[in-house]
Design a protein around this ligand. Structure first.
Ligand code: SF4
Length: 440
């Protein structure tokens, strides 16, 4: 009997990468590989890398280096590296120089070629390094192996045109390229038919979906409208949304459709207009706050979350205090706070007044503590409220766990069906979990 070959994929970074790993898995499964849960059992190990912060890159170098021993004891093991890191030539050189045991290197633009590279390597056993500078046409035929049975991610566009001064993404992911609207709608229809309950549309800036297509009807608002009108018991989410491009029309579509999630992630990055200007975000503190006001007026049950970078070059205590005051004013349901990390080739890399690490640490801790205490206060107000809950699984102790539209975990101690939406009344809060009872 032929031995079944196994694969292990290690994914770093954002949801886009998580979804791209589903494409890598799809190609591996189509070649007869099955997934395994640790590196030691694998015949193929793929590192799908991230370069958004220095820490992420150092982690990849460390983890790849740690494979040297395994590769020695298992010479037939195939090690492949892809993702945002490999779109940078100097990083590829480091992999080639320092980790000669790496067999396949490819980039984000030629991810769909992985299957061919693996077939080729299995024939020749010659290392294969190929990174494209640009993507050819969007490949609609990549196999996919989805990791969740309830949550599905759907790319609606690739790349970014914004060039925020700290960000490496436009350099490694290229310019914006939108998928054809009908292809997206067909993919979503198929997912609903398969029983997926949460569909998340993905793009670096979903609000500019369609800007590169010469048809005024191809807009993010129309895409949301069209998908939200499909039959089926599903909810529609999206990420990420650039505040400068969030239109009234999109806000109206969200407000008017019960199928579109009211949890909106709207990265502000800083509360200081001076810092926003040097970040090249193209909006001011006042514009952002006006936008939030508009959203809250039209979508009263909106749940807003955000990303914030602290310690951007030139950020003074006053600038940081403006961020803190903005966070309080918006009253976010969650803040993802990061310390600024210098990225090679970006405009911010050479800016004067880089902030020392100890100040960055202090600021990020203050921000995250504030967010934690805000979440605690908001959770208290949920007691007695009825929320929609999607039941995800049954635990060994017989209880069921579910999740709200805003991503809060809910424990239900009653008999319910997995993969079903229920209304549930919150009885108590334990830690970060809501304890609730089904409303009949
Ligand atoms: S919008 Fe700005 S932060 Fe987001 S991917 Fe594009 S350049 Fe990076």
């Amino acid at each position: 009997m032929e031995e079944i070959k196994k694969y292990f994929i290690k994914t770093y970074g954002c949801q886009m990468n998580v979804h791209e790993s589903e494409k890598l898995a799809g190609m591996l499964v189509s070649l007869g590989y099955t997934e395994c849960s640790n590196e030691k059992d694998a015949d193929v190990i793929v590192f799908n890398t991230c370069c958004i912060r220095d820490g992420a890159e150092q982690k990849v170098f460390g983890n790849v280096g740690a494979l040297k021993k395994l590769k020695k004891s298992k010479p037939n093991l195939i090690v492949a590296i892809c993702g945002c890191m490999t779109q940078q030539k100097d990083r590829v050189e480091i992999f080639k120089e320092k980790f000669k045991f790496v067999n396949i290197i490819f980039g984000t633009h030629n991810l769909n070629q992985f299957k061919n590279y693996l077939i080729e390597y299995n024939k020749t056993h010659k290392n294969l390094y190929e990174v494209w500078d640009n993507e050819k046409e969007i490949d609609e035929n990549v196999e996919m192996y989805r990791t969740s049975k309830l949550n599905a991610w759907v790319n609606i566009m690739y790349g970014c045109n914004n060039f925020c001064s700290y960000c490496i993404v436009p350099y490694v992911r290229g310019r914006e390229r939108s998928r054809n609207m009908q292809d997206i709608v067909e993919e979503v229809k198929g997912l609903i038919k398969e029983g997926y309950k949460v569909i998340t549309l993905l793009g670096q800036n979903v609000n500019s979906y369609g800007n590169d297509i010469n048809d005024k009807n191809v807009t993010f608002a129309n895409l949301l409208k069209e998908i939200s009108m499909l039959d089926g018991d599903f909810r529609l989410k999206f990420m990420t949304s650039h505040p400068k491009d969030l239109t009234d029309e999109v806000i109206d579509v969200i407000a008017n459709s019960p199928k579109i999630s009211k949890a909106i992630h709207l990265p502000v990055q800083s509360g200081s207009s001076k810092i926003l200007k040097s970040m090249n975000r193209k909006y001011t503190r006042e514009h952002y706050l006006e936008l939030v006001k508009k959203i809250k007026a039209k979508i009263p049950d909106v749940f807003l979350t955000t990303d914030i970078i602290v310690g951007f070059p030139g950020e003074t205590d006053e600038d940081f205090n403006e961020t803190i005051s903005l966070v309080k004013e918006v009253n976010y349901g969650g803040v993802f706070g990061f310390m600024y990390s210098k990225r090679t080739g970006t405009v911010a890399e050479t800016m004067p007044d880089q902030i020392p690490d100890d100040i960055k640490h202090k600021r990020v801790n203050e921000l995250l503590n504030l967010s934690k205490s805000m979440i605690k206060e908001q959770n208290k107000l949920l007691v007695g409220k009825t929320l929609e809950v999607l039941i995800e699984e049954q635990k060994d102790d017989g209880t069921f766990v579910g999740v709200t539209d805003s991503g809060k975990n809910v424990v239900i101690n009653e008999n319910v069906n997995v993969a079903t939406y229920y209304n549930a009344k919150v009885d108590a809060i334990v830690g970060n979990k809501l304890i609730a009872k089904i409303v009949k």
